[in-house]
Design a protein around this ligand. Structure first.
Ligand code: DP6
Length: 367
């Protein structure tokens, strides 16, 4: 697939109005995306767990209009929201080549999250993937063709998911990994032949039962606005002294992780995942200007996890995204013990003792 394949050429512009609704989850990267080229092309491949309960629910209502500008309103949790508009305007500008009907309709975008907005959990992955999916459903309605055979329909479904992921990527890179579950790869990598820089693909390799229902408890260490946005952070990988080594390392880690997912070796899993998280933050600390997104309590939690692991031989581990919050990852078989540990020893480091329990999920669903 190339970007050209995603251009919609013909559609029924006589449809007056309609409405579509999707629920799309967040995801947590195991091998991290950090650094991008023009048009949201990643510098290195990444792989993530799709989450189950941290989701954005978005409804898009479209109504035919005469003017040729972009026209949309955004409602967040029932209230009209102006703050989200610039991001969506930029998104529309980036994707209009692929969805030419964007200028034919007025869009009412109503969105809400299942997790608290001020939790510091990145909502761009679930939020942008939910809008991308809604717009794909609009595309589907505008080119509706009842004569499709079953084979054509199944082809259509993979096209739908690929283009939804392609569009989501143009909204926010990590959002392209939220369409499907349970593991999604984004970015060309030799060990995963179907992988692409343009969209995320479901990881089709062997996955050991040790990873079934894998748990992710998100410890909300800091719910505030980040001092440095991901977009600024990605850009600091240009001219970064360790950029090349880092990008090469991500390729190697993805290949190693593929083998680990098949073998079910949890000790090796922990090693790669924690090393990826710390490398991500090391890149931030060694960029120019340098910055630190971890907080003292992030480090307290990491040290407690290491202590607990040494004491109990547990396979619990941590990962981080571009912020201070800690994702605690562990096998379903350890759920009881690890939750006790979290409640007794880690929750005290969370802001207002706030944490969210989540687990592996299957991807977005149409409502
Ligand atoms: C650290 O996807 O938020 O979470 O493409 O600029 O929107 P933009 O960035 P974004 O970056 C996420 C980076 C990360 C790692 C990851 O999810 O792979």
């Amino acid at each position: 697939m190339t970007a050209q394949d995603f251009i919609l050429n013909t559609y029924h512009s006589d449809i007056e109005s309609g409405s579509v609704k999707w629920s799309s989850p967040s995801n947590i990267a195991l091998v991290k995306y950090w650094g991008k080229k023009k048009d949201q092309i990643p510098e290195n491949p990444s792989i993530s767990f799709t989450l189950s309960d941290c989701k954005t629910i978005t409804e898009v209502t479209y109504t035919k209009k005469e003017t040729k500008d972009f026209s949309f309103d955004v409602y967040f949790e029932g209230e009209k929201n102006e703050a989200f508009k610039p991001k969506i305007q930029t998104f529309f500008e980036r994707i209009e080549t692929y969805l030419p009907f964007l200028r034919d309709y007025h869009f009412k975008i109503e969105t809400s999250n299942t997790f608290p907005h001020s939790s510091g959990i990145a909502s761009s992955a679930s939020g942008m993937s939910a809008i991308a999916l809604c717009l794909m459903s609009v595309e589907e309605q505008l080119k509706s063709d009842v004569t499709l055979s079953a084979v054509e329909r199944s082809h259509d479904k993979s096209y739908f998911n690929q283009k939804a992921s392609f569009l989501a990527r143009l909204g926010s890179g990590s959002a392209c990994r939220s369409i499907e579950g349970e593991l999604v790869v984004w970015g060309d990598n030799e060990s995963i032949p179907e992988s692409s820089d343009l969209y995320g693909v479901k990881f089709e390799g062997e996955v050991h039962s040790n990873f079934s229902n894998y748990q992710d408890t998100i410890l909300l260490v800091d719910k505030g606005e980040k001092q440095v946005s991901s977009t600024v952070g990605h850009n600091l990988m240009f001219g970064h002294p360790f950029a090349k080594q880092r990008f090469d390392q991500a390729h190697e880690n993805l290949a190693k992780l593929k083998a680990i997912l098949a073998s079910g070796d949890l000790k090796q899993f922990v090693e790669i995942v924690e090393s990826e998280a710390l490398t991500l933050h090391a890149m931030m600390m060694t960029s120019m200007p340098y910055f630190i997104l971890m907080k003292p309590n992030t480090l307290e939690i990491i040290n407690k996890i290491w202590e607990y692991r040494a004491k109990t031989n547990s396979n619990v581990c941590f990962t981080l995204d571009a912020g201070a919050n800690v994702h605690v990852l562990y096998p379903f078989s350890e759920k009881g013990n690890v939750l006790d540990f979290i409640k007794n020893e880690l929750v005290r480091y969370c802001q207002n003792e706030h944490y969210i329990c989540d687990q592996l999920g299957l991807g977005a669903t149409r409502i």
